[in-house]
Design a protein around this ligand. Sequence first.
Ligand code: MSP
Length: 636
Amino acid sequence: MAKFYVTTPIYYVNDRPHIGHTYTTVLADVIARYRKLMGDDVFFLTGTDEHGQKVAQAAKKSGISPKEHCDMYSKRFKDLWKRLDIEFDYFVRTTDPQHEEVVKKALQYIYDKGDIYKDKYVGWYCVHDERFWTEKDLVGGKCPECGRDVVKIEEENYFFRMSKYQNWLIEYIESHKEFVQPDFRRNEVLGFLRKPLNDLCISRPKKRLSWGVELPFDTDYVAYVWVDALLNYVSAVGLYFDQAKFEKWWPADIHLIGKDILTTHAVYWPIILHALDLELPKTIFAHGWWLVSEQKMGKSLGNAVDPYALIEHIGVDQLRYYLMRDMVLGQDASYTLDGLVARLNNDLSNDLGNILSRVTNMIVSYCDGKLPHSGSITLQQTNEFLEKISNLVDDVSQKITELKIHAALESVNAAMRATNRYIEDTQPWKLAKSGEQEKLNEVLFQSTQVLAKAGILLYPVMPRKCRALLDALGFDGEISINEAKKDVLIKPGTTITKPKALFPKINLTKLSEALGVTEVSEKKEAKKEEQITINDFAKIELKVGKIVSARKAPNAEKLLLLDVDLGDEKRQLVAGIAKWYAPEELLGKNIVVLTNLKPAVIRGFESQGMLLAADDGENVVLITTDKPIAPGSKIR
Ligand code: MSP
């Protein structure tokens, strides 16, 4: 049995949990649950980050001790995770005595090695980000990260010789492609490492800030909160306390983080681990942000979406599904209420829920509530349907392994749409009327099997709803990928029951009223501003172009050079589509060309127009014409 250790960032206790935090934790839970379905032995860690100036200040403001403040906020996170059915194995708090002890031991180890030295420090300090900046880092005299005021600080502090490890880290990242993901984030980190790395100030004098872990080699200081926080990933699995446990789980298989904390995880953390003579995590995966009106959702902007309110009005599993389905892992996603309602109504009410209720209803009405036997296949539609879904389980498993969660869910949804079509095409209610029992049995039998497969494949995302679905189908097997691969999951003769509607349709207006959100109408207003007139559109000249030659652009691996026939003229286009199309498959295709665009020189090649393509963030496909038409035809 392979082991799998997955972590979330530990959350600051100065914020109420919002949808952003919820996303990372649900994502970790979904990955952990899929791994369990695949047969792995899983350890899933989350927790709270409780030291530092912000916490001390917040506690002071409320007139309570920092520890009381932490207990209260930490519980909020823990309670929310319970409410969301998050199956974490351990919840670490940086105020746990064992964690604090690990921080001390680790710092002593690095100190004894000679990698920590004391120096005078003069710099600018941002209280919000708890970071020091040099004069030249500042932007307009303010913090370059958050734009807030900074204070000048002059004091003696301890520094960690990170610069010593810079070249080692560059080499490590370059030779371990899976270490920082997605790829473009690896490049970002390597870009950051091209500049000289400053040594890291790892202490705060107690006279300024006492809410932290005391340095073992100088009790006048506490540890910098990030060093303390990062060590949670090893303290939680027993470093220095339980060697067997530590060896079982470390190194972590994946640290899931938001893109905001990439540098701390992909630069500080590996260097700290290396200095501690510990292995590095296999993968650090940075996901994007949930945005509201193009801005990062968060407390400071006052646009944080409250998960509790959503859970109350749409349900736990529906929220989990939306978060997983609507974010392409690695990229930003926009949170909108109408997007959420459309997603849940389409995928869950109209597809999955609808099929379940149709199939169970028919089995109850036409077959006395027992799944019928299905003999040899008699319908052409059955063959086509089985062909379409034959690869479903492998496809989903593969996508999950590649962390394409949204795509895995899309595959299950496509299988559901195919089932709906199968039922529409075969019209089992007519087969029942005309007494074609064998055909009727076949349709109900096959639809039930694929519903059970969907129930297993979606279980990690919607555990409660899927359990209810599988119960309605009388499934008593093991919820595992191996089981889902079987042809027959529900045996003939099994009692099938009609479940209560699993995914009632959501009414957008009612939901926005219940949530007290005016976002819908505001969004419409915003859209109005963006609208263009027909005259604006008339400025754009689009024509059908036939590709007559295509070749790779020399020395520019992403680009293709295309010659396009536009009826009365031929033009060269430079298109960044080499990743998605081989030159030979483009020949003879009719594409859409923007012809009145100013010519531009791209990597030394002139592009006399632009082709149109659709881009879902992952794939790019060309827009072509539905039927043959003469090159040069106008598009309007
Ligand atoms: N305490 C540090 C992490 C230390 S880990 C050793 C921290 N905490 S945080 O409370 O600010 O939470 C950060 C994480 O919450 C982000 O990395 C991200 O995973 C998640 N999110 C917070 N806001 C988010 C969005 N708007 N969108 C998506 N996730 C975001 O940083």
